[in-house]
Design a protein around this ligand. Structure first.
Ligand code: HEC
Length: 439
């Protein structure tokens, strides 16, 4: 069943992770709490000596989970009510929606709907204004162009963001992504909505909102949800649109909101961030905006730049790699929080600097020749560049090479699951066999 936490405690260092003394790992910073994705989640946190800010958000959120599914788990015992499995899935029905009847209809899906779900006032204008400006005030990376969009919205939509009609903001829905392949212990995968700005100058700038899919109430398992998604493939177009609307209404809600992510090149170089809900500590805005979005350490991304500098943190990292080489190579292990950055970048004209495993025991490197590549492909900048041109769903709703192949792998995964009632093991990162790995 879906597990939720009544309290989320997130400790954030105000200084760059590469410059500040390192905060303790999630486990020790949060003591009895747990690490969920990028946040410390639990009920009994204590501030760590090295963190500058502790934020306690009294919200109930599902644990983000993009981890491996249970290996070979059988759902057969729960699936009696799901009916016979349908035929082969159609990618653009059961896995990704780019149908204009959905993505161009603001009643179906829009920035107004996703921001409403992410915010406390159930409108989202204030939070959107705040977030656009936050890009320019984070101490570890300053990007000022997003604030220009906020300034322009104040001119075109009015001085008070809480009254903005966000469907008029310069953003289009690029796709809705049904990530049933991420079904795990915590939820049945993620329901995602991606956007691109249409702004003439502040470009390219992409956002994606992640919502949790949960077990079907009647069966309590993910198999029947998988069947529900697979069945979208066999419907008439009219029935499909009705079912899509139901799924959107069900998922674009505050209870389902997990996290927002951005990928943008408004300034050199390309940069990726995650944005998680935390309590607002700014006395001037807290009354109107009790919760805001801040950047946690990036899920499954190694801080190549920081770790290449050497020192105690690098030594700890290399010990961790040596101890877990088999699992790292198989992409089945969580990267500890202390080895992850708050933002990640990729250059455009020069080669990316990979994380160095130069000082690793040569016997380990010999045994796992793709160790470094498998470690890096599960992180934001590498997966978005190894077989993609920075973006996976382009503004014109075409897909990267990576995503195109990934959709085929997800179709096969869903087909196998609904037909055999057995879910194959899913590693972190690419699902496709033999993905293009980074140089
Ligand atoms: C294993 C590959 C992979 C990794 C790792 C990855 N992404 Fe993506 N990303 C994708 C794919 C594929 C999509 C298309 C939607 C989907 O499949 O969920 C996507 C979509 C996006 C989008 C929407 C714009 C676009 O490029 O289509 C953003 C923003 C984004 N990801 C940010 C991130 C961030 C931030 C991280 C790191 C925490 C990250 N991604 C890690 C593959 C990846």
């Amino acid at each position: 069943m879906l597990r939720t936490r009544s309290v989320i405690i997130i400790t954030l260092a105000l200084l760059a992770c590469t410059e500040a003394p390192e905060p303790a790992p999630c486990g020790s910073a949060c003591r009895d709490a747990e690490c969920a994705g990028d946040a410390c989640v639990g009920t009994d946190a204590s501030p760590d000596a090295n963190t500058d800010m502790m934020v306690v958000a009294d919200v109930s959120i599902p644990e983000p989970d993009v981890g491996p599914a249970d290996v070979g788990e059988s759902d057969a015992q729960h699936a009696a009510d799901a009916g016979p499995p349908p035929g082969p899935v159609d990618r653009e029905r059961s896995l990704v929606w780019i149908d204009p009847a959905i993505v161009d209809d603001p009643e179906m899906v829009s920035l107004a709907r996703t921001m409403s779900a992410a915010s406390d006032d159930r409108h989202g204008g204030r939070l959107f204004d705040w977030t656009l400006r936050r890009f320019g005030t984070t101490p570890f990376s300053v990007r000022e162009d997003q604030a220009n969009i906020a300034d322009e919205l104040r001119t075109t939509l009015g001085p008070d963001p809480s009254t903005w009609d966000l469907t008029q903001a310069p953003f289009i829905v690029t796709a809705v992504h049904l990530r049933i392949d991420l079904a795990g212990e915590q939820h049945c995968g993620e329901f995602r909505v991606s956007f691109s700005t249409t702004h003439a100058v502040v470009q390219p700038f992409h956002l994606i909102f992640l919502f949790s899919m949960v077990p079907q109430p009647e069966s309590g398992d993910c198999y029947s949800h998988a069947v529900r998604l697979a069945r979208l493939s066999e419907m008439t177009h009219a029935d499909f649109l009705v079912a899509a609307r139901e799924l959107l209404d069900e998922h674009l809600t505050p209870e389902r909101f997990i996290i927002m992510e951005t990928g943008e090149f408004t300034f050199f170089p390309w940069e990726w961030r995650q944005w998680v809900r935390v309590q607002n500590t700014d006395p001037e805005t807290v009354a109107a905006l009790p919760f805001v979005l801040e950047n946690p350490r990036l899920f499954q991304t190694v801080d190549a730049e920081g770790l290449n500098r050497g020192g105690a943190r690098t030594r700890a990292f290399l010990s961790w790699v040596a101890e877990n080489a088999a699992a790292i190579n198989a992409r089945t292990i969580l990267i500890p929080e202390e080895f992850r950055p708050r933002f990640a970048t990729a250059p455009t004209a020069i080669p990316r600097t990979p994380v160095s495993l130069y000082d690793l025991d040569p016997a380990i490197s010999w045994r796992y020749p793709d160790l470094r590549k498998n470690l890096e492909i599960i992180g934001c900048p590498v997966c978005h560049t190894a077989d993609a041109e920075f973006v996976q769903t382009n503004a014109d709703r075409t897909f990267s090479e990576f995503y195109d192949k990934e959709l085929d792998a997800r179709a096969e995964f869903l087909d196998t699951w609904v037909q055999t009632r057995r879910r194959s093991a899913v590693p972190f990162g690419p699902l496709q066999r033999d993905p293009v790995l980074p140089d």
